[in-house]
Design a protein around this ligand. Structure first.
Ligand code: 5AD
Ligand code: SF4
Ligand code: FES
Length: 356
């Protein structure tokens, strides 16, 4: 198909062309093209990120999410500083090179606490990614100075009306401000969306894809929306696996150098979801390394995988799956190639500016 050939050659598409790809009834050529592009630009290595879900307490009330403050059906937990740092230490012994700290927006972890945790983990020569929501410029700057390397903040949807309906107390403009601040501060920035949200059109997903390309992000995480029975969106059940996979594949074709995870939510809907994603453009997997009861309590959506397995079991399991499809576990920290390119270009521009 010529749209696919065009994007393979140019890494550019119009919104209308993206919509055409999203509507494909037979997307296997799209997936194959994304896989080829991943292979050509990034090779066969898969980067593992150890994910610590350190608090399921959130002050926000997003309609889709099981951690919303209005959900009184889940038991809440917080991990203390020492537990978080020792979990990271253990992950390092399993061979993880990157730790991702994720939580709801939990004000208990103030800047001092977070900076102590960040420094504790950074002492271990690990890359560190934060995924803790919307903060002020000063907070983001403090985390960065403490050593944080990367930040994940999904835009969720760029349709402002839909955003307002799904996150009634949050502001789309503030979320954009956060992403801009993170870039200004020199983070490797990841964003992304949920595909298949109630009221989300393919036109809107095409806009989201162009938004991520234009920002541009260094990493993009795409997950299918999964209706959570303990939320106001309980009744919006449908299988969004394929629309999420198509979205991800198109992003790979448009942004050949970024990091793209095979998301856990994909595997909640399809037992081979992460492998299918790795064969359609993804180059990252984020196994959960949270220990004990907390593993079962971080419930964004139903059907979460690996809640009954210990972190060591998942580490061995995912390595087996990756090798079974002819890929390997990458041994470096897995800095986004798009970030390296972007920051090198910036430094060069600054240098030529000081010369003239
Ligand atoms: N289905 C799928 N993904 C969800 N998230 C939150 N709730 C759901 C859901 N019901 C995603 C959001 C958030 C990330 C941490 O989890 O995209 O950014
Ligand atoms: Fe909180 Fe994030 Fe869930 Fe929204 S999506 S309720 S901000 S954890
Ligand atoms: Fe957790 Fe396979 S990755 S059991």
């Amino acid at each position: 198909m010529d749209i696919i050939q065009k994007v393979i050659n140019t890494h550019n598409l119009t919104q209308a062309e993206i919509i055409e790809l999203l509507n494909l009834k037979e997307p296997s050529a799209l997936y194959a093209a994304a896989d080829e592009t991943r292979k050509k630009y990034l090779g066969g290595g898969v980067h593992l990120r150890g994910l610590i879900e350190f608090s399921n307490i959130c002050k926000n009330n997003c309609l889709y999410c099981g951690l919303r403050c209005g959900n009184n059906k889940i038991k809440r937990y917080r991990m203390d500083e020492e537990t978080i740092i020792s979990t990271a230490r253990k992950a390092k012994t399993y061979g993880y090179k990157t730790i991702v700290l994720q939580s709801g927006e939990d004000p208990f972890y103030d800047t001092d606490k977070l900076c102590r945790i960040i420094k504790g983990i950074k002492q271990m020569d690990l890359a560190l990614t934060l995924s803790i929501g919307e903060k002020s410029y000063e907070e983001y700057r403090a985390y960065r100075q403490a050593g944080a390397d990367r930040y994940l903040l999904r835009i969720e949807t760029t349709d402002k009306a839909l955003y307002k309906r799904l996150d009634p107390d949050m502001s789309f403009e503030n979320r954009l401000r956060c992403l801009q601040d993170l870039k200004t501060l020199g983070y490797e920035v990841g964003s992304g969306i949920m595909a298949g949200l109630p009221g989300q059109s393919v036109e809107s997903i095409a806009q989201d894809i162009l938004f991520l390309k234009n920002l541009p992000v260094d990493m993009a995480g795409i997950g299918p929306f999964i209706a959570n029975p303990d939320t106001p969106l309980a009744d919006y059940k449908q299988n969004n696996f394929e629309i999420a996979l198509k979205t991800m594949a198109i992003i790979r074709l448009l942004m050949p150098l970024i990091n793209i995870p095979a998301t856990t939510a994909m595997e909640a809907l399809d037992k081979d979801g992460r492998i299918k994603a790795l064969k359609s453009g993804a180059n990252v997997v984020m196994p959960n390394i949270t220990e004990g009861e907390a593993r079962k309590l971080y419930i964004l959506y139903p059907g979460k995988i690996c809640t009954g397995e210990a972190p060591a079991v998942c580490r061995a399991c995912i390595e087996g799956k990756i090798k079974a499809v002819g890929r390997s576990i990458a041994q470096d920290k897995g800095v986004s190639r798009a970030y390296i390119r972007r920051t090198e270009a910036q430094t060069a521009a600054e240098r030529s500016e000081t010369k003239s």
